[in-house]
Design a protein around this ligand. Sequence first.
Ligand code: ADP
Length: 607
Amino acid sequence: MKKKSSLLSEQMSAQRKRLILLGFTSLALGAAITVQAVLLAEAVERIFVQRSSLASVAGILGALIGVMAARTLLSYGNGRIGLQMASSAKTSMRAAVLRKLSNASMPMSLRGQTGGKVSVALDAVDEADSYFSQYMPRMMEAAVIPVLILIMVFAQHLNSGLIMLATAPFIPIFMILVGLQTKNKSEEKFAQLAEFSGTFLDSLQGLVSLKLFGRAHLQQQAIERSSLGYRDATMGILRIAFTNTFMLESIVMLSIGIVALELALQLLVFKSLSFQTAFLILLLVPEFYSLLKNTGTAFHSGRTSMGAIRKVEELLAERSETEASLTNWQDGGENMDKTQQTEQMDPADTPGFADRSSIRMPPIIELRDVRFRYAPDSFELAVGSISFGAGEQIAIVGKSGSGKTTLLHLLAGLLKPTSGEVLVNGRPRWQMDEALWFDQVSYITQHPYIFAGTLAENIAIGASREVSRGEMVEAAKAAGLAVVADELELGYDTPVGEGGRGLSGGEKQRLALARAFLKRPAVILFDEPTVGLDLHTERVLQRSIAELAGSATMITVAHRLYTIRHADRILYMDDGVLLDSGSHEELLARLPQYAEMVNAQRKGGFA
Ligand code: ADP
């Protein structure tokens, strides 16, 4: 429960100045409302009861206009402050969500629906708006102005004050009852909306596969179901909102009626009240109730916002928990041998890691008793201890699903071992500055990320610095991408990625290589394409990769016999275990599975 309001209170304390200002403007607004009523009552009394001349009330009328103008300005001011609070709260919440999403570890990023996350980052944060722009200003007004009005009424006429005091609580009590109901409903609505966006986006991304496998119809039904669920949740909220408004109106009308009846009795029957006082009270009473009523509406939207803020909070908290569990073992989890831990974690030795020049590159990479699981009962990778020398060319082979990619991700530092360690030049990888490490590593996947932009921009992203056009073209040439660019009308300025020209498998690989050429990494992790490329492209890629690998430690998830044979060492993975490692000849001689795999390769099968 404590967690529930942490994001809100964080936002509130960041906005303390604006809240105080809001308090002051509300107080001034309250004063303006009461003064306006007093002046109006006075003017009416003089003109209609005392029949004074217009000239004698000119001063009062002038003051009345002034107060009305002030009231309008103050109302506007309150709205402005609310909007400013909302906009800065939304900016900071969205930044927090984005920060969390972009810092998330690989397994976290892969979990759940992409669309669901987009929905939280965009819609839930937007929905939080009304908490700051509506709820807070109205609540502040409700805390200050009705009290001022009540004091004024009590000072004038005790009975009316008592009636107002007695009927007023019904409004907040009613609001709270309805508000609690809508909060649950609004959380439900968000769950529905997130699911709906998720199903929709995930379906769009997989549209081609869905069509091919004849599943499009089923998916269409899933979208329909999910959109109907969302409709029902929204209608549920609207139903409560309408009933809520109707009930509030009724309570307000009834309360004003009771006060008016009492005033009429006092004025006409008991003649114990002057016209001016009765009129003043009649002016103030609707203000009093309309403020409370506004609060009711604001309360309702505030509750809806809270449901949304909770969603954002859950997303942030979920991630922090995973991060905590990931750092647990680093802080000396039971899985680690204590002596080994102190030996490796001597802080006096660490500063070298902050300094790029002191990292010997290409580095020696070691795995020490590394184990990894995606989830408690899932596939386990247990590679034990193994070391890769500086500049060594390693090929990882094995059946599909044997854990090759997982091992590559562990080496890249995209996944953290569940136990054991990845050491770089003898130091735990995680002690290194992440940016510094990734600056030395190129990971060439089968599906390089291509963002919407020009070809040139997509290449230049490879370097973590500004690159000149010349450098970019050089890298493209080295990767064999220049011939592709030359054939395009706009050359390197051709838009690619989303909304632009698509790239073929071979072109994507060359783009990834061009990025690597810009970086000149000390470690290359390469997920070799499983699909066959044409012979020419194959040659171009082989040549480029060989050139890149000349000055780097290269670890390849290999599918081509050519790559495997030319590796210094081959690691044979089987069901998450490193079965054997050695040169091509050694493995041929002693590992029947390897010989079988090579045979299958020769006949044109896949590893
Ligand atoms: P390979 O690259 O040898 O084909 P992977 O390393 O991709 O094998 O996968 C090894 C095992 O881990 C498989 O059983 C796969 O289902 C599982 N796996 C891969 N990625 C994930 C993930 N993100 N979450 C859970 N399990 C995964």
